[in-house]
Design a protein around this ligand. Structure first.
Ligand code: SF4
Length: 186
């Protein structure tokens, strides 16, 4: 029969099956009722941490079509279940209320950010790309044909994955750009 003494961890430790107080004896009632988000998720999706070039494997736990937890993937040969603090906090990349979900634009000499609709933003980018390509175009250098533009350069971030980098390199090369780099190599 349980007595008031059972609410006292030291008593449980001295009289129960957990003499070192590292398990049941140290657990409060509140802790007993806690269920991990990983246990109640609807499904688990394997992914790769987008924060840096190491590419640690992640398990993304989803409930009601929302990410509820991200943990290291023990099946990953790269990281074998581990994540650094950045990777452990990457759930916030998706769920943070401060995440930007609209195009923001600050005009030259402007002091405020403005919302811009996506179609307008894409048109503006296309105009700038064409203009920079034309202004920086070189047919020849030192008598040799080069057919390139020095008006466009790309510095990719480590959050880009292989497939994105592949497509970007194709795009920039097709436009005549030769200055294509990635932060992951710096
Ligand atoms: S968990 Fe850390 S080390 Fe691993 S990919 Fe993410 S940021 Fe890089």
């Amino acid at each position: 029969m349980k007595t008031w003494l059972d609410a006292w961890p030291v008593y449980r430790q001295l009289t129960g099956s957990d003499p070192l107080g590292r398990g049941k004896a140290a657990r409060s009632k509140a802790t007993e009722n806690v269920v991990s988000r990983t246990a109640t998720a609807d499904r688990v999706v394997q992914s790769v941490c987008p924060y840096c070039a190491v590419g640690c494997g992640q398990r993304v736990f989803v409930k009601d079509e929302k990410i509820v937890q991200i943990e290291g993937d023990p099946d990953s040969p790269i990281s074998r279940g581990r994540l650094c603090p950045k990777g452990s906090a990457s759930k916030q990349l998706v769920t943070s209320p401060t995440r930007e979900t609209k195009v923001r634009y600050r005009r030259p000499y402007g002091t405020q950010w403005e919302d811009l609709d996506l179609d307008t933003a894409m048109e503006m980018i296309a105009d700038r790309v064409l203009d920079a390509r034309r202004k920086g175009w070189q047919d020849e250098v030192d008598g040799k044909r080069v057919n390139r533009t020095m008006g466009i350069a790309s510095l990719g971030g480590a959050t880009l994955d292989n497939e994105e980098n592949y497509l970007m390199k194709k795009l920039y090369t097709a436009m005549g750009a030769i200055q294509v780099e990635n932060q992951a190599r710096i």
